[in-house]
Design a protein around this ligand. Structure first.
Ligand SMILES: [Zn+2]
Ligand SMILES: [Zn+2]
Length: 864
């Protein structure tokens, strides 16, 4: 066995070795073919690479390296008529060109060590840096590390090409090498230090030195130079005013690099690390913000033009350069007459809750002083009850902060009135924003936080039509006649406990509204109807509907049943909320809001063209039905205080659970307006009056002055039919028209084909004794008997589950046919009363006691 195995192995080996020879022969042949093939491919490859490179180099734009700095044309903001609204330039400091020998060595070094440490050695392209960046990118599996030399950045900033492609990158490197052949290192660095975007709209070190430290560049300390150099890679994220902690991290890197590369001594390093630069930045910022002012609208236009240019492939530096000194003409959508109307209303302090109610004075206080010969900066924010209290508080702080003999260098305070408010006015047909109000009180500076376009707040009940009813009607065939019961309701959610929505209103008579149509759910802003609707259509359906309406700040954690009640993780901006309602107003077509229509270059060519971005997000019939229901809100529902005469108005109110946000979004056949009131730091408000709707009414009434009153468009495919509003079905004569509250028959609009075909199955008739209002007994005389119409819910209420101490007060419970006869039988006509009547000789059976009249009284009820 062993032998045979051995011989077998031998045999196998033999065969293998024979095979090997053949394989070797074959592979040699193959290898030769391969070599030839590779050679051919490489040859073709090289020639095509040469071709590509040649074509890239051929298409490199002509650059006059001797004269590369843009001349600095003033840009203009113009209205649609072409009239100049605002000249743009970040002061004159942006135009002051500083020669390299005016820039201290440590300022130059600060930029070199952080941006391009081999700047003095390379020939325009840093090969070592590229290899290192490639290695880091491979290691991190991403493109995070760039390897752009200062020379390349000069090319990028000043030779404006907008596409971010390999082609452009190659052109940039080619031009960088060329630039190094023509210009000296000093000349290149000078160009760079005069044109880099360094945050807050500054271009160049001189502008940045003025903006952050109110100094000439020649006076900058090492620590200050490092602050400015730290902004280059991301002027927004490393803005030393708004994000000093980010800037500090990078500033330390600059200082460490300076020390490691022996550009500064350890002594200089220690001083720089401990220098309180950010306090001075804040103080200088206060001065700047107080002085120069564009309107909130112009601020928003600048932000949008820069971000749109970045979208097109420009760097932030290029985009900022273009906006502030590219000689652009920016045509904005603002209507100055409308803006004036908005501004006038916002300037009038009587349009806000009075000092007694909710007023707060938010103090922002900055103080710089020389204490024992050392400059020190203080900053404090505090919410006070009154302006006087804020001023007293500042005196107290001064006593705390300043020891005897201190000298105040500068002092600045600002009192922001609270609650704040914002407004957005839009032409929803075009998406053009016509006016905004971004706050109450004085505007404190340029590019400050915008409450209309940036603040994320809770939308509250304004989300009901958007998250629940719109998708239900549009995608699930719901009608405005669909009825839900606004009554105690608990949904058990597996693994997440149970959810029992409550209504915001706590009416002294009722806290539940009973059987109601979706139309009335919108009109009265009933929470349980909205929650039941989204439960039935699915939360994801509601969530996706909101996404389609342009909301960009929704989170996955917002996929909850309370979504239509508008309690969100982050919230939404007033601008996006207004634009979303604009889609309903605009027959179902969403138009992205715009603040400008086009931007022209210095030579008149088009740089940006803002065509309206539109999409159909719901059927015309859906938008018509929602508008019709929201007309009820303003005519006779929760939003009547927004109404003004001679105009068709639709709208939706919104209040968040703890009264921290109050909103109204309303529209006419012409325009849409959204308004918000709340504290900057969300806080419960106690005022009862609807200041937000008064603001809305005052503005919109003026805006519509002279415009013809017309109806909202009614699309084809809308029919009307009579329905019973407690069942949502066709009315039954003698029942629905004889409800104890009066007739519940109403005319409703439907999409053709969705008119209900079943008849009312909620109304029932029953005989009662009219003397007691209760079911008759055998002792009730026949003339006391009467037929009455009751409701009999298809899903019965469950009184056994109610809190016996605080039972729910359901508005229509009194008209409901009692479930059992217990305690519901006539207590006026009993065997005893029968006997007494007989003894008294009274036979008519009516005793006229208080009991019966009280019972009668309770069945009067209130109509809608
Ligand atoms: Zn009915
Ligand atoms: Zn009776």
């Amino acid at each position: 066995m062993n032998y045979s195995k051995h011989s077998n192995e031998k045999k196998i080996r033999k065969i293998r070795s024979k095979g090997n020879k053949i394989t070797t022969l074959l592979s040699t042949l193959f290898f030769r073919i391969l070599v030839v093939a590779v050679f051919v491919i490489v040859a073709v490859g090289i020639s095509s690479i040469v071709g590509v490179v040649t074509s890239i180099i051929d298409s490199v734009p002509y650059v006059n390296f001797e004269n590369m700095v843009p001349e600095g044309y003033t840009s203009f903001i113009r209205n649609q008529e072409g009239e100049i609204i605002q000249e743009l330039s970040v002061g004159d400091s942006n135009r002051v060109y500083v020669e390299i020998d005016q820039i201290p060595k440590h300022v130059r070094d600060a930029f070199i060590v952080i941006e391009d440490e081999r700047f003095m050695e390379h020939n325009g392209v840093d090969v070592q840096g590229i290899i290192r960046a490639f290695y880091v990118n491979v290691k991190n599996k991403g493109i995070s590390e760039g390897a752009s030399t200062i020379t390349q950045q000069v090319i990028k900033n000043n030779v404006l090409t907008s596409d971010v492609t390999l082609t452009r990158k190659l052109q940039e490197q080619y031009l960088a090498i060329k630039a190094e052949q023509i210009l000296t290192k000093e000349e290149i660095l000078e160009l760079y230090l005069n044109t880099a975007a360094l945050g807050k709209g500054t271009l160049g070190v001189q502008a940045a030195a003025k903006r952050y430290f109110n100094k000439d560049v020649s006076e900058l300390s090492i620590a200050e130079a490092a602050v400015i150099a730290s902004t280059t890679n991301n002027p927004v994220a490393n803005d030393p005013v708004r994000h000093p902690e980010n800037n500090r991290k990078r500033q330390m890197k600059v200082l460490n690099n300076l020390l490691e590369q022996e550009k500064i001594s350890k002594y200089e390093y220690d001083i720089a690390v401990n220098e309180n630069v950010y306090g001075n930045v804040q103080l200088v910022n206060e001065e700047f913000e107080g002085s120069s002012n564009y309107t909130y609208f112009v601020d928003e236009v600048i932000r949008r033009v820069i971000s749109d240019l970045v979208q097109e492939g420009y760097s932030t530096t290029q985009a900022t350069n273009l906006v502030y000194r590219g000689g652009l003409n920016i045509y904005i959508t603002q209507d100055l007459a409308m803006q004036k109307i908005v501004d006038d209303v916002y300037r009038d302090e009587s349009n806000y809750p009075p000092f007694k109610e909710d007023y707060k004075a938010e103090l922002q206080y900055d103080l710089s002083a020389k204490i024992n010969g050392k400059a020190k900066h203080f900053h404090k924010e505090k919410v006070c009850k009154t302006d006087e209290e804020a001023i007293k508080y500042m005196d107290k702080l001064k006593e705390e902060w300043l020891p005897e003999g201190s000298e105040i260098i500068a002092e600045k305070y600002y009192i922001v009135p609270q609650p704040q408010s914002a407004f957005v006015l839009m032409d929803y047909h075009t998406g053009q924003v016509k006016a905004i109000a971004s706050g109450r009180g004085e505007k404190v500076g340029n590019n400050i936080f915008d409450r209309a376009t940036q603040a994320k707040r809770q939308p509250g009940s304004t989300f009901k039509p958007l998250a629940a009813y719109m998708p239900a009607i549009d995608q699930r065939g719901y009608t405005l006649a669909k009825v839900y019961d606004d009554s105690p309701y608990t949904i058990d959610m597996p693994g997440a406990g149970s959810y029992s929505p409550k209504n915001w209103f706590d009416h002294k008579e009722f806290n539940y509204w009973g059987l109601n149509t979706i139309r009335d759910g919108i009109k009265w802003s009933l929470n349980i109807l909205a929650v039941k609707t989204i439960f039935d259509i699915g939360i994801d359906t509601g969530f996706e509907a909101l996404k389609s309406l342009g909301f960009s700040t929704l989170e996955d954690t917002d996929r909850v049943l309370s979504l239509p009640l508008g309690g969100l993780t982050k919230g939404v901006t007033l601008l996006e909320l207004t634009a979303a309602y604009g889609a309903i107003a605009n027959n179902g077509t969403y138009v992205e809001p715009t603040f400008y229509t086009k931007v022209l270059n210095h030579d008149g060519s088009i740089l940006l063209n803002k065509e309206p971005v539109t999409r159909t997000v719901m059927k015309e019939t859906t938008s018509f039905l929602l508008t019709s229901a929201m007309e009820d809100v303003v005519k006779s529902g929760t939003g009547t205080s927004a109404r003004f005469p001679n105009m068709h108005i639709a709208g939706k109110t919104g209040t968040t659970s703890s009264n921290k946000d109050k909103l109204f979004v309303g529209y006419t056949p012409y325009y849409i307006g959204g308004v918000w009131i709340g504290h900057d730091k969300p806080e419960r408000m106690t005022h009862r009056k609807s200041y937000q709707r008064t603001i809305w009414k005052k503005i919109m009434k003026e805006v519509h002055n002279g415009l013809e009153d017309k109806r909202f468009d009614r699309p084809n495919g809308i029919v009307s039919a009579n329905i019973c509003t407690v069942s949502g079905k066709l009315p039954v004569e003698g029942l629905c028209d004889s409800d104890q509250r009066g007739s519940t028959v109403k005319t409703e609009y439907f999409v053709a084909g969705t008119v209900p075909t079943e008849t009312c199955d909620v109304h029932v008739k029953a005989t009662v004794c009219k003397d007691s209002g209760l079911f008759p007994t055998e002792f009730c005389p026949p003339e006391s008997l009467e037929e009455r119409v009751f409701t009999s819910r298809l899903e019965p209420l469950n009184p056994e589950s109610w809190d016996p101490v605080k039972p729910p007060r359901i508005r229509d419970y009194q008209y409901e046919l009692p479930l059992s006869m217990e305690n519901e039988m006539c207590n006026v006509h009993t065997p005893e009363t029968n006997l007494i009547d007989l003894l008294n000789g009274e036979t008519d059976g009516s005793n006229g006691t208080g009991i019966s009249s009280e019972t009668d009284g309770s069945s009067d009820g209130n109509g809608n």
